[in-house]
Structures are given as C-alpha cells and as structure tokens.
Design a protein around this ligand. Structure first.
Ligand SMILES: [Zn+2]
Ligand SMILES: [Zn+2]
Length: 448
C-alpha cells in the first residue's frame, strides 16, 4: 500500500513533466548521480564473495525506490565457503498483477592492478582467499553494471504507470569465481521470491562502440568446465630415461592429443575449446619427476557435447598413459571440478527477436548489432535453469570510443579487453545506453 501511495504521490509531483517520462529522458536525468555512484564503486572494488560495501550501496538504492530488499543471500557449495553467507541482494518491486521479470547485475571485481591513470582509478590492495596480497580492479565493468542497474530501478519506479507485474532486481555476488548465481538459487532465490517468467542480463563490451548494443540469438556464451589432471610416472635421473616413465613426455603427448577432440571427434560446425592453461612438473634440468600437474578450461555449447568432451579427455589421457607403459595402479588422475561449472548462456530466440525490435525502435536500427557468439562464460545462464526453461536474454552494451575502435580496426592493434589492467569503459554513454536498453526491455515484457 505504501509503495502504491508513493507512486501516486510521485506521478502527481512530476505530472507537469509527464511528457518527458521516457526511458531516454529518465536516463539523462539520472546520469550525473549514476556517474557519481559509478566512480565511487570503481575506486572501491571488492573481490568475489567479499562484496560487502558494493552490496550495501545496491541495497540502499533499491530500498530508495520502494523495493522490498533482502540482503546477505547466497549459499556457496565450495567446502572453503561452507556456512559463509553471500552478499547477494534481492529487491522486489511490485506493481499489481502481471509477469515477473528478473533483472541482474553482478558486483564483484578482479585481482588486477589497475593501469588506466583515471582520476578515480583503484588503488585497493587486499588479501585474497589464499591469503596472497593482490590489487583489486573493476576490470570487467561490474561497476558499470551496478550503476546501470540502479538507473534501471529508478527509471522503472518512475515509469510505474506504464507497466504491471513484479520485478526481481538481483545484485549477484561472485560472478568471476565461486558461482554466485548458483549460490543465490541454492539459497532459495526462486522458492522465496518467485520464479521469473523472463530474465534479463547485460554486460559492457570492450569491442563495441558506445551508444550501441549487441545481442546473439541462441547460444552466446559457452559451458565452462575446469579439469585438473595429474600424470603420474616413475621419476629418476635425466641421463637414464630407460629406467623411468617420464611424465613430462607423456604429458606432452596428452596436450597435443586432447586437441584432436575438437578437430577429429566433433562436428566442426559445433565448437569446442580445450586450453591447458597451467602445466607444472619437475625441479631441475637433469631430474625426471614423478608427476606433472595440468589445469585446463573446457568450453562447449551443447550439454551432450560437453559430456562427450569430458569423457574423451579422460579416455585419451588414460589411453596415452597405457601406451607409455604406466601400470594400472598409477593411471593419471582426471578430475572435473563440477562445483566450478558455468552453464552455457542461451538467448531464447523468440525473446531475443522481440527485444531486438524494441531496441531498434528506441536506439535506432543502426545501433543494434547481431553479435557473434563467443566461448567466454557468464553464470547469468543459471537464471534460465539448465533446460533454458525460463526465457532469458543477455545483451552487450558498447563501452568503447568509436574513433579508437576505428583506429584499432585499421592498425590491427587490439583495444584493452575485459579483465585487462587498461580496460576503461567510457562511463556516461555506456551507463546511459545500458539503462535505456534494459528499461525498454522490461517495459516491453510488462507493459500495461
Ligand atoms: Zn569478467
Ligand atoms: Zn564480467
């Protein structure tokens, strides 16, 4: 009742300005305040699972627009975080009966030492979960997302006369690590606050000009799996290899052979990426070690391709060990880190078409780009559930100066990517476009 009264009061107060109550005009009006919030968040980045200050700001802003706010949501599955409450924030904005739409921002930053020279650059240094001292930076733009999200909440509050239903605003912790979206769902996001009919997510993009959005129909991000392999051999003197089973030679064969999963075992139209990002073995020139440890990231789209690829990794790894004469009790240990899995992000094609039409109308057809899918990952996918039964769309928002983009295209010198210490989105137009695009999407799904 109170919320309803406030909304009547507000529309009464702003009645003379009614003609200007468009998503664009509201974004323009809020921009100075959103930029101040953005710069403050940028100078105070927090690592995954430690989003105390950021989540408090998000919670405060959601309360200010009449949301029922719940804080400290999130139940992590990792043993080292058992019993630890996440910094998830849920704000429910009710406006009569109608569809339920989930809008998500992430909140965490990265262990990166900022090198942007911006006046509001981060100088934060902290200890990570392993007690190592690290610099912290919003190198993925989750600060842009929080400011955008606050702008969207403010706009939709003021536009209550144009929509009906329930909006669930989700401030998600730990996107970069530890599976924050899963932690929120495991802590009852859908059982306590309701299952949405649609979910909307957004991300700034380091390869897209400001003022533009990019979206992919269907798969846009990949399944992300982490796999650890320990190849066990029999160590000895480097001068007498015949007295050993050299795990470095065996590992080298495994590294090469795993690439044949993508090139020889799978439909080439359907991508697989296997990257061995870490390989460690041995201590000195002339010692053959007992074992070699490898860590890899495995990217796929379809669930069946994922399972087949993970099985092939194990089969090939063990097969090469057998070929090298490793005994059955000394086979390689292949461990898929199931807790670290991020499912593929799938943009519901019908919903994507619908929102693209709305964006073209508002932003201009030339500012809505059909973006190619990539093999990156984002746990926004969790909100649509593993069978993609909740239609979801994840949209990219341009963050780059067009002249720099043109220059980069001409010279071939790449611009700083997401996660780069030099990544510096242009805040005003990025946040403005993000606010307008997300507000328009929600309005389209909930219009009266
Ligand atoms: Zn990131
Ligand atoms: Zn990100």
């Amino acid at each position: 009742m109170k919320i309803h009264f406030l909304s009547i009061a507000l529309s009464f107060v702003s009645a003379p300005l009614f003609a200007q109550q468009t998503p664009q005009a509201l974004a323009d009006a809020e921009l100075p305040s959103l930029i101040a919030i953005y710069k403050d968040l940028h100078s105070h980045p927090e690592l995954s699972t430690r989003e105390e200050r950021s989540s408090a700001i998000v919670a405060k802003e959601l309360k200010a627009v009449g949301c029922e706010v719940t804080e400290r949501l999130g139940k992590y599955s990792q043993p080292e975080l058992k019993g630890y409450k996440g910094y998830g924030v849920v704000g429910v904005m009710k406006n009569g009966s109608g569809p339920t739409v989930l809008v998500r921002t992430d909140m965490d930053a990265l262990p990166v030492h900022e090198e942007t020279d911006l006046p509001y650059a981060s100088t934060v240094v902290t200890k990570d979960i392993n007690d190592r001292e690290v610099s912290v930076m919003h190198a993925c733009g989750h600060d842009i997302h929080m400011a955008t999200f606050i702008g969207v909440a403010r706009s939709l509050y003021k536009l209550k006369d144009q929509w009906k239903g329930t909006i669930i605003f989700v401030g998600q912790p730990a996107e970069e690590a530890f599976g924050g979206a899963r932690a929120l769902l495991d802590d009852g996001l859908y059982t306590r606050f309701g299952k949405p009919d649609f979910a909307i997510g957004f991300h700034d993009r380091a390869q897209l000009e400001i003022g533009r959005v990019g979206v992919t129909e269907g798969y846009t991000y990949a399944n992300v799996d982490s796999v650890d392999i320990t190849v066990r051999g029999v160590g000895g003197h480097g001068a007498y290899p015949h007295k050993t089973k050299d795990p470095i030679v065996i590992s080298s064969e495994i590294v090469m052979a795993l690439q044949t999963i993508a090139s020889r075992e799978n439909d080439p139209i359907d991508p697989i990426v296997i990257t061995i990002g870490s390989i460690h073995g041995g201590t000195k020139h002339n010692i053959i070690p007992n074992d070699v440890k490898m860590q890899m990231t495995v990217r796929t789209y379809k669930a069946e391709v994922r399972e087949r690829t993970l099985a092939a990794i194990e089969r090939i790894t063990k097969g090469i060990a057998v070929a090298a004469g490793i005994q059955s009790d000394n086979m390689p240990i292949v461990e898929v880190l199931r807790d670290d899995f991020t499912p593929a992000t799938y943009n519901n094609p019908e919903l994507t078409k619908r929102l693209v039409a709305a964006w073209k109308k508002t932003l201009g057809a030339e500012n809505v780009e059909a973006t190619d899918p990539v093999m990156g990952g984002d746990d926004f996918s969790e909100y649509s559930l593993s069978d993609h039964s909740i239609p979801a769309v994840y949209v990219h928002v341009g963050a780059v100066d067009p002249t720099k983009m043109a220059e980069s295209n001409k010279t071939g010198v790449p611009l700083p990517s997401l996660h780069s210490s030099k990544f510096a989105p242009i805040p005003e137009p990025t946040i403005r476009t993000g606010v307008i695009a997300t507000t328009v999407a929600v309005l389209d799904l909930m219009k009266k």
